[in-house]
Structure formats: structure tokens, C-alpha cells
Design a protein around this ligand. Structure first.
Ligand code: MG
Length: 351
């Protein structure tokens, strides 16, 4: 088993290993005495892994129940959130009990936010079943739901008490879900680890998923620790996400998060190069994206992207922080005045 320590305010571990899902109960018992546990998951994951999770928890003495919501980002809504909260009340869950997020990023965000707010906060365990969630969303404690006006508009910082990652669960993922994970790993490579980028750029790395999860979690930790509330270096993790979130929203989520981030990383690198802020050429990112099955461009216009970027959570009153990659393995934040944003976006999006 691979273990990464996350020394946030309340420290926890990310434990990675094949077959760990069947040990969910005993692993959870190491960090929380047996209690009532509600495993929250979605309709794609439930038939595959919910019974195994519940059995393992029950064997370890937990009184475990499942809650299944319809799969998809379009269900990361206030309605699903309220349905979860009401179910927790009906089950009589107290602050001594816990939630388990079994699934990908949507499940993790939703369950984390439910845990952050139910009776002002209860503990939760995260069991990522997608590569994307394992390398990204399972570290950092960001939880949220979407509003019709935008993604992740309502949320909280709430750290899990344990993250348990079983890469065996990735085997059932369709190609597109692997590609989503590749996008966030490539991002880590660009901003922090040129060797990792080199390892990923040909697109042949699936056999090494456990090791890559460990490496990427360690990179993410290095950005999150000391900046839990996302006010400093952690913002570099937003590379590709200013334009990425906008095209993701504009596509009404027909673009997946990873696809949108790939488009965003390439466009933001092109914009930074043309603004004279970096010498890194986006071609190298474009090739790596293609070899990893990711899209490289969008038909959405700079004007459409601008409208959404102005509502970005990273915006201050008169500037928007964008990430400038300085090469493979380094990046910095640039505060772009709002009146320069149209030029920045045109430079990034117009070929
Ligand atoms: Mg992301």
C-alpha cells in the first residue's frame, strides 16, 4: 500500500492500493469508531461497488446505509443536496456519525458539502473511483454544488478524515474518464514536475495508475498545504481552469472537466506566450493532449468565454488571476486587469 500524509489543520492520509475497497470498513475503523455511516454514491457506481463498500463497513461494525443519486454533473445540484440532507435527518444521523463518498468528483464534491454542512459539519471518508477524483478532488478539501448560473458556486472547505483509493475501481472506467485524469496529471506536470509531464506525454501509462496517483497526490499536497483556503500558491492549480471552466459551462457539460481543462491549458499557454509572459510554446501541450485522447481547441468565442470568466471565483474587484506556465515544471500567477481580459482571451482562443 502507498500512503501519502496530508498535514492539513486536521491531518489525514491518502491510502492507495489495489483491493482496498474491500477493506473500507477496517480502514475506516482506524480513524473513526464504528457508528452509523451513509455511503453516498451515484447510479453508475452503485451497481459496481456499493454492496462491497456496505459489506465491508458492516463487517467492521458500522451501521451502513447507501444513498444513490442519478449520475452526472447535471445532478450536482441544490435538489440532490437537499435530498441527501433530508435523508440524513430521516436516518437520525448525528454529529458522531459519518458519510462516505463513493465515486468520482461529483460524488466527492456533493458528499463533502453535505458533510460540511449537515448539523454544521460531520466527518467524511472519500473513496475515489475515478482517476480524476483520485489525483485531484480527493485532496484539498474543496466541496461544492453547482447553481444554474455556474459550477461550484456554493461550497465549503471541509477535509476528509481518510481517502481510500483502490485503483482496481478504475478498470471499469470508459476511456474518456481516463483521459479526464490525464488532463489534471498533465496540469501537475506543467506547473510542478517536468519529469511527470514527460512520463505522461505519450499517453501510455495506465498500468502505472497506483504510482501515478501517489505522485500526483504528493504534488497536489505541496500546493494545498499552507494554503488551505486557496489564497496563494494553491491558485497555480487553476492552470487551464479559467478558460476551461468557461468552455465546460458553455458546452453545458457536453465537454467533460478533463476535456475542458485540456482546451484551457493550451489556450492559456498560447495567450501567455503571445502576451510575452512565457517562452513555453503550447505545441508541446497540444501534442501531449492529442496523444492522451484530449481535445485541443474550442469553437466558443473569446466574447462568450469572457462573460463567464468575469464571474470566476478567482476574480478580484478589478483583476483576474491567471496562471502562466514558465516551462515544464514551473508556473506563476499573473493578475490580469479586467480591461485587458478581452485581449488575453483573444490571444488564447483565436488560432
Ligand atoms: Mg480541475
Amino acid at each position: 500500500m502507498r500512503i501519502v500524509q496530508i498535514p492539513t489543520g486536521a491531518p489525514y492520509q491518502v491510502r492507495i492500493g489495489e483491493g482496498l475497497l474491500s477493506l473500507l470498513g477496517e480502514e475506516t475503523e482506524r480513524v473513526h469508531r464504528p457508528c452509523r455511516a451513509v455511503v453516498i454514491t451515484e447510479s453508475n457506481v452503485a451497481p459496481l461497488y456499493l454492496d462491497r463498500a456496505l459489506d465491508s463497513l458492516r463487517q467492521a461494525g458500522f451501521e451502513a446505509e447507501g444513498f444513490v443519486f442519478p449520475a452526472g454533473e447535471e445532478h450536482k445540484t441544490v435538489d440532490t443536496y437537499i435530498a441527501i440532507q433530508r435523508r440524513l435527518v430521516q436516518l437520525g444521523l448525528t454529529r458522531e456519525d459519518l458519510l462516505v463518498a463513493l465515486g468520482g468528483g461529483v460524488t466527492g464534491d456533493m458528499t463533502g458539502f453535505a458533510a460540511a454542512t449537515y448539523q454544521r459539519g460531520i466527518p467524511f471518508v472519500q473513496v475515489p473511483t475515478t482517476l480524476l477524483c483520485a489525483v485531484d478532488a480527493s485532496v484539498g478539501g474543496k466541496t461544492a454544488i453547482d447553481l444554474p448560473e455556474g459550477k461550484n458556486m456554493v461550497g465549503a472547505f471541509h477535509q476528509p478524515i481518510l481517502v481510500l483509493c483502490d485503483p482496481d475501481t478504475f478498470r471499469t472506467l470508459p476511456d474518456q474518464r481516463w483521459q479526464d485524469g490525464a488532463a489534471e496529471m498533465l496540469k501537475h506536470g506543467v506547473i510542478a514536475d517536468g519529469d511527470l509531464f514527460g512520463r505522461l506525454k505519450e499517453g501510455r501509462w495506465r498500468e502505472d495508475a497506483a504510482e501515478l496517483v501517489e505522485r500526483n497526490v504528493a504534488i497536489k499536497r505541496s500546493f494545498v498545504v499552507g494554503d488551505e483556503k486557496d489564497r496563494g500558491k494553491r491558485q497555480l492549480l487553476n492552470f487551464g481552469h479559467t478558460i476551461g471552466h468557461a468552455v465546460e459551462a458553455l458546452s453545458h457539460f457536453s465537454l467533460s472537466h478533463g476535456q475542458a481543462v485540456a482546451i484551457g491549458m493550451i489556450a492559456e499557454t498560447r495567450a501567455a506566450r503571445r502576451m510575452g509572459w512565457t517562452e513555453l510554446n503550447e505545441e508541446i501541450l497540444l501534442e501531449a493532449a492529442e496523444k492522451n485522447g484530449l481535445p485541443t481547441r474550442t469553437e466558443f468565442t473569446p466574447g462568450q468565454v469572457l462573460e463567464i470568466a468575469l464571474r470566476d471565483k478567482k476574480r478580484r474587484s478589478d483583476t483576474l488571476g491567471v496562471v502562466v506556465p514558465l516551462g515544464l515544471g514551473a508556473a506563476r500567477l499573473e493578475q490580469v486587469p479586467v480591461n485587458l481580459l478581452p485581449e488575453y482571451l483573444e490571444k488564447g482562443l483565436i488560432l
